[in-house]
Write a protein that binds this ligand. Structure first.
Ligand code: GLC
Ligand code: CA
Length: 516
């Protein structure tokens, strides 16, 4: 497990929408560099940048055309290298986004692979039986098949959109003659290619990767046995050459992902975690009576116990694939949500703009394969100058329109307001820095997480320091038993908690971090 994660707090930068430095309407590396001080002042010491490589942009960059070259719209490789340096000089680490499962249809590898004559790329993708119809997939691990753009008679397996053909890492269970085994030389060579790409960027100064669809590589692989084996080999490779490099998976199942050698895995909108019950579907943090925090706690405990000492579970505030938290929670409820996110184990990930409560913008035309995700990807709102300080381009040239609401939040208005969401997030990141009991790997236990009930209470502990976190995001005062009397309150939102004769009372819409 990599040591720098212990006190890491991440900020996710969707590069298109963060800061435009050259007035072309789209964010870029120089823009990110210009805002590194902002990220540091928020209390984040690591960033994840969504894919910034040459791409056809049918899926916002998750369809890579050249893994070794940045997309010109963001800047050059040299600009990105400078971003690493500028970040490091401020104590900020940088994760790039690795998309190992599929490429763009116009990646030169796929163009070669699609040719009718055998060549070095023929077996780099998964080509099934001949067929000229687009076909649904009988395989759980393959989204579908594409055809009509190749000289070959077979159809190519896809991972997500029809523009994203799967790279060939083989099959766990081989049942057809067109399937390669996961340990075949063809499958192995794809892993070696990915390792080479990782080494290239780590050599230029990046600190690791968020890995896209990490569980998807080996097809028909029950329990992800072969996919896990593959990632353990990648980890071995990194341990030899780049031991500090961090791998964070988009897997959505920490028990599996951390066993596969990842340093951290996200709880996500899919998978067994009940993450969606926190802020979105039946949001516990909005006091939804259907919310079941006990189901979340049970899943979390299972994952926590089975991954203890191996790596971390990350609970993100959101990401570029989810509806923004502000769509279901009020700004006040988001403060309680952030108190939770910044006091749980593992490393927090703050999706850009969530720290000021940026809204999900409804009704946008889909951009670069965003579909319903598009409304969570609008330009960062910095101030009340032109285009909210995001870009000097004419408004109609922006990558996406700004939130048109006249009362849209912005950094400038919240920065000096001690009651703002920004100020709360800022105070919480510094609280986290102040108390070792809030480190990623400090001990953790739920004390009160009952079905359809409040408050949520848990403890964090390290080196003789114990903190109790109590959160009541409902509209009623609530109480629960707490054996030891808190000595003082180190952080509070809303009316103060009280303790008497073994009972902790947490007022409506309040939360506290107590020392015992
Ligand atoms: C991941 C990304 C998502 C992308 C998909 C296909 O889920 O987060 O944005 O569309 O993979 O690469
Ligand atoms: Ca730009």
């Amino acid at each position: 497990m990599t040591s720098w994660l212990t006190d890491a707090v991440f900020y996710e930068v969707y590069p298109q929408s963060f800061q435009d430095s050259n007035a072309d309407g789209i964010g870029d590396f120089n823009g990110i560099i210009a805002r590194l001080d902002y990220i540091r002042d928020l209390g984040c010491n690591a960033i994840w940048i969504n894919p910034c490589f040459d791409s056809s942009f049918y899926d916002a960059g998750y369809d890579v055309r050249d893994y070794y070259r940045t997309a010109p719209r963001y800047g050059s490789n040299e600009d990105l290298r400078r971003l690493f340096d500028e970040a490091h000089s401020r104590g900020i680490r940088v994760l790039l986004d690795l998309v190992p499962g599929h490429t763009a249809i116009d990646h030169p590898w796929f163009r070669e692979s699609a040719k009718g004559t055998r060549n070095a790329c023929t077996d780099r993708y998964i080509w099934s039986n001949p067929g000229t119809q687009d076909a649904n997939s009988p395989y759980e691990s393959i989204r579908g098949f594409l055809c009509g753009i190749s000289e070959r008679p077979e159809r190519a397996a896809i991972n997500c959109f029809a523009t994203q053909p799967c790279l060939n890492y083989g099959f766990g269970t081989v049942t057809e003659d067109w399937q390669f085994a996961a340990d075949s030389p063809e499958a192995e060579s794809t892993r070696l290619l990915m390792q080479d790409i990782m080494a290239f960027w780590l050599g230029l100064g990046c600190d690791g990767f968020r890995v896209d669809m990490a569980a998807s590589l080996v097809k028909e692989d029950p329990g992800h046995v072969w996919t896990s084996r593959l990632w353990r080999k990648v980890r071995e490779f990194l341990d030899e050459r780049f031991p500090e490099a961090v791998l964070v998976s988009e897997w959505g199942n920490p028990s599996e992902a951390l066993n596969a050698g990842f340093d951290m895995d996200f709880l996500l909108h899919f998978g067994p975690s009940h993450y969606m019950d926190l802020f979105r579907e039946h949001p516990y943090f909005a006091g939804d009576p259907q919310a079941d925090i006990a189901a979340f706690a049970e899943a979390y405990n299972q994952a926590y116990v089975s991954t203890h000492g191996k790596g971390y579970i990350c609970i993100p505030s959101g990401n570029h694939d989810m509806i923004r938290m502000r769509d279901t929670l009020s700004e006040e409820q988001m403060k309680l949500a952030f108190l939770f996110l910044l006091t749980m184990p593992g490393c927090p990930f703050i999706y850009y703009g969530d720290e000021i409560g940026m809204r999900y913008v409804h009704g946008l035309v889909s951009k670069e394969g965003g579909y319903e995700r598009t409304g969570s990807r609008t330009p960062m709102q910095w101030d009340d100058s032109t285009n909210a300080g995001f870009s000097a381009a004419p408004a109609e040239d922006l990558y996406l329109p700004l939130d048109p609401d006249v009362s849209r939040p912005c950094v400038a208005a919240q920065r000096d307001d001690p009651r703002s969401l920004y100020a709360t997030v800022r105070a919480l990141t510094s609280l986290r820095g102040e108390f070792p009991a809030l480190d990623a790997d400090a001990d953790f236990a739920f004390l009160h997480a009952e079905s359809h009930a409040y408050p949520l209470v848990y403890s964090r502990h390290r080196d003789g320091q114990t903190l109790i976190v109590a959160i009541n995001s409902s509209a009623q005062d609530t109480s629960c038993t707490l054996d030891s009397q808190p000595s003082d309150t180190v952080f509070a939102l809303g009316a103060p908690c009280t303790w008497q004769d073994g009972t902790l009372t947490v007022p409506a819409a309040s939360a506290a971090v107590l020392r015992v």
